[in-house]
Design a protein around this ligand. Structure first.
Ligand code: URP
Ligand code: ZN
Ligand code: ZN
Ligand code: ZN
Length: 487
């Protein structure tokens, strides 16, 4: 593969920005500095007037996921191609064993599907049941480069786990140096509220939002945080959507817990009025869990990112066609949950974050790439423009504008929840492991070019936590043996 020299841009890392050229060869960044000479045969990309940022990492996707009686339409190829078109060069997908299924069998299945990916990827593995065998297989997942395990506190009767399983699994995560993730919604409360709404005759998509109010999320978030505290392990909360969650995370962090929060690009600019839209298709195509919230919650999520209490913006890209959404035409509880956004994430965060003065370009890089690379222990292989890192980078044009539309997106999905939003700031060129895969609106990707990126366990924060756990471990009281005297 020919070397590529990205010349004349402003490199933006999470810690600082500086004018530099970036030379990539053999899939790696081999030099970052001023006035680098182009090696013979190298391709030169002019980044004058643009930023050069680390490729985005979307740590929460569901390609091809079997869910709610159907299967997500986006496959690993179309999903990662869409990602690259939007400046995201790595995804971490949720591998979800069915209850009683072996974790490693599920990982085989997901790995097989992912072999057509054209960008790098990794997996979180879900814990949907518990046994000694599951505990053993968690270690086997570690050997296969998985260092995070997801727990669904919702979807009663399907994927939901109870406190017993969470306690066991969180404790096992602590032993292994692996990160527990939670989908935090009280599944029992959701189920009861759904039944009450249906009994009241509310069957449309508005019922979805009404059955999952913020306190359903806040209860589960608080419970998960306390279980993480009790079991002595860091915690990552996926798709954080509301003010109460931001507050619970901030409180836990102020008390010294390592808790991370992940708002979605959708939550940062779309609100719950969509569920009351008279067009059923429009409303149903926005059904996801947790649902979009009101402006008050949106502001809290932005404030969380601005203050550093929330660290990562993801998409939870999980896509169902209208025809699939219509499985719930008479009953909102049967509408497959999920929305897309993998191609739009960076543009949305830049436009509503950087252009609005909420985030600096460096903070933008932190929340779209660097922070999650650190949390998942692949930094600085990913998440930074430094010598020796993978050559995943984006020439970002802060002046160019684009109106987002389903007609021009690269997803297989037949709607785009961001339809009609005009953003300023778009990826002009994307490099994936040193190869130009997106340039001026054209994709040039290869099925299967993406690689599984192994993530080692025992990230530095686990070593720190282990020391702390040892220092604060429970101790007994030594007492003199004595004999009771009877009066
Ligand atoms: O509605 C959602 N979020 N669908 C994907 C599955 C999940 O809960 O993450
Ligand atoms: Zn979820
Ligand atoms: Zn998800
Ligand atoms: Zn006694």
């Amino acid at each position: 593969m020919a070397a590529v020299l990205v010349r004349g841009g402003t490199v933006v890392n999470a810690d600082r920005s500086f004018r530099a050229d970036v030379l990539c060869a053999d899939g790696k960044i081999v030099a970052v500095g001023e006035k680098i000479d182009a090696p013979t045969g190298a391709e030169v990309i002019d980044a004058g007037g643009a930023y050069v940022i680390p490729g985005g990492i979307d740590p929460h996707t569901h390609m091809e996921m079997p869910f709610m009686g159907t299967k997500a339409i986006e496959d690993f190829y179309s999903g990662t191609a869409s990602a690259l078109a939007g400046g995201t060069t790595m995804i971490v997908d949720m591998c979800i064993p069915s209850p009683q299924q072996s974790l490693t069998d599920a990982l085989d299945e997901w790995s097989d599907w992912a072999s057509k990916a054209c960008a790098d990827y990794g997996f979180h593995v879900s814990i949907t049941w518990w046994s000694e065998r599951v505990a053993q297989q968690m270690a086997e997942c570690l050997d296969r480069g998985v260092n995070s395990f997801k727990h669904f506190m919702a979807y009663k009767g399907a994927l939901m786990v109870d406190d017993e399983i969470m306690f066991q699994s969180f404790s096992r995560c602590r032993e292994l140096g692996a990160l527990p993730l939670v989908h935090a919604e009280n599944g029992e409360a959701v189920f009861r509220l759904q039944q009450a709404l249906l009994a009241q005759g509310i069957t449309g998509p508005e019922g979805h939002a009404l059955s999952r109010p913020p306190h359903v999320e806040a209860e589960a978030v608080t419970r998960a945080i306390m279980l993480a505290k009790i079991t002595g392990v860091p915690l990552y909360i996926v798709h954080t959507s509301c003010r109460e969650t931001v507050e619970a995370i901030a409180r836990a962090r102020a008390e010294g817990q390592r808790v991370f929060g992940e708002p979605l690009a959708q939550y940062l600019c779309l609100d719950d009025s969509v569920y009351r839209n008279p067009d059923w298709d429009f409303a149903a195509s926005r059904v996801m869990s947790p649902p979009f919230r009101s402006k008050e919650h949106q502001d809290a999520l932005w404030a969380g990112l601005m203050s550093g209490q929330l660290q990562v913006v993801a998409t939870d890209h999980c896509t169902f066609l209208l025809e699939q959404k219509r499985l719930g035409l008479d009953n909102f509880t049967k509408i497959p949950n999920g929305t897309g956004g993998i191609e739009e994430r960076l543009k949305i965060v830049w436009h509503f974050g950087v252009n609005a003065g909420r985030l600096t370009p460096e903070e933008f890089v932190a929340v779209t790439s660097t922070n999650i690379a650190k949390i998942l222990n692949v930094y600085p292989q990913k998440g930074a423009i430094v010598q020796g890192a993978d050559a995943d980078l984006v020439v970002w044009d802060p002046k160019a504008t684009q109106t987002i539309s389903q007609k021009t997106h690269h997803s297989k999905l037949d709607v785009n929840v961001f339809e009609g939003i005009t953003v300023q700031g778009v990826p002009k060129v994307t490099l994936s492991r040193g190869k130009v895969v997106w340039r001026d609106g054209q994709l040039d990707v290869e099925k299967g070019a993406g690689r599984n990126v192994p993530r080692p366990p025992m990230a530095p924060m686990f070593e720190a936590q282990a020391k702390w756990n040892e220092l604060t471990r429970p101790t007994g009281v030594k007492r003199e043996v004595h004999i009771h005297q009877t009066p």
